[in-house]
Structures are given as structure tokens and as C-alpha cells.
Design a protein. Structure first.
Length: 130
């Protein structure tokens, strides 16, 4: 999947989460979960954008690792909203599905990036005298 598609997809996820957050009842108890969810979801988009602009393979892997963590965390907050009774399953199902898909995509992307990094490092080391 091209970067532009994932960039749009992570931004759409963040906007959709913010829309749901706006529709939820705001109480002192729910506000904490809503704030955490909004932060995690918007961080997915922001850090993916930063990963696309990374200056090195290690910076790319570091940023993509944050994207993965934040997508997984967003899923946690969505689950907690349902378990705490602040949102219905129907309200968050599509968002949880998208969060799970994003997690799967970024796990695979990280695995690929790390493998390519290891192979490249191995090729660089082949010509060195030890």
C-alpha cells in the first residue's frame, strides 16, 4: 500500500475517533478515557506522517514503533469506553476494526523494515576486515 494511502487512512482514523469522542457523554470519569483515546488516535496519524519523513532507517523504525504503540493504545481506550459503559459496541466497532487493521499493517511494516535493515547491515559488514 503506498504511503499516501496509509497517510490518508491514519488521518481518517484520527478524524473518525474525534467525531466519536465529540458524541460521547462528557463526565469527569469519561473525560479521562476520551482524552486518552483522542491523543492516541491523533498520534497515529502524526507519527505516521513523521515516519514518512524520517531521515534514516533507524528513525523510520523508531517512529513506526510509536505508530504501532499508539494504534494499539487507541484500541485499548475504545475497549475501556465500552466496558465502562460510556459507549456502545455499535459505536466503536468500526473504529476497533480499523485500529486492529492498522496494528496488523504496522507490525508487518516494522518486521519488513527491520529485516531489510539487518540484511543491509550484513552486506556492509561483508567487505570489512575483522
Amino acid at each position: 500500500m503506498p504511503n499516501v494511502d496509509l497517510r490518508s487512512r491514519t488521518e481518517a482514523f484520527a478524524v473518525a475517533v474525534l467525531g466519536v469522542c465529540k458524541s460521547l457523554p462528557h463526565s469527569p470519569e469519561s473525560q479521562r478515557l476520551i482524552t486518552q483515546l483522542a491523543g492516541a488516535a491523533t498520534s497515529v496519524a502524526a507519527n505516521y506522517r513523521a515516519a514518512c519523513r524520517a531521515q534514516s532507517k533507524s528513525a523510520f523504525i523508531a517512529k513506526l514503533s510509536i505508530v504501532l504503540e499508539e494504534a494499539d493504545e487507541a484500541n485499548l481506550w475504545l475497549d475501556m469506553l465500552v466496558k465502562a459503559g460510556f459507549a456502545s459496541e455499535a459505536t466503536v466497532d468500526a473504529l476497533r476494526d480499523e485500529a486492529n487493521q492498522l496494528v496488523a499493517i504496522f507490525v508487518a511494516s516494522l518486521r519488513t523494515a527491520k529485516m531489510r535493515g539487518t540484511k543491509a547491515e550484513g552486506r556492509r559488514d561483508e567487505g570489512r576486515i575483522r
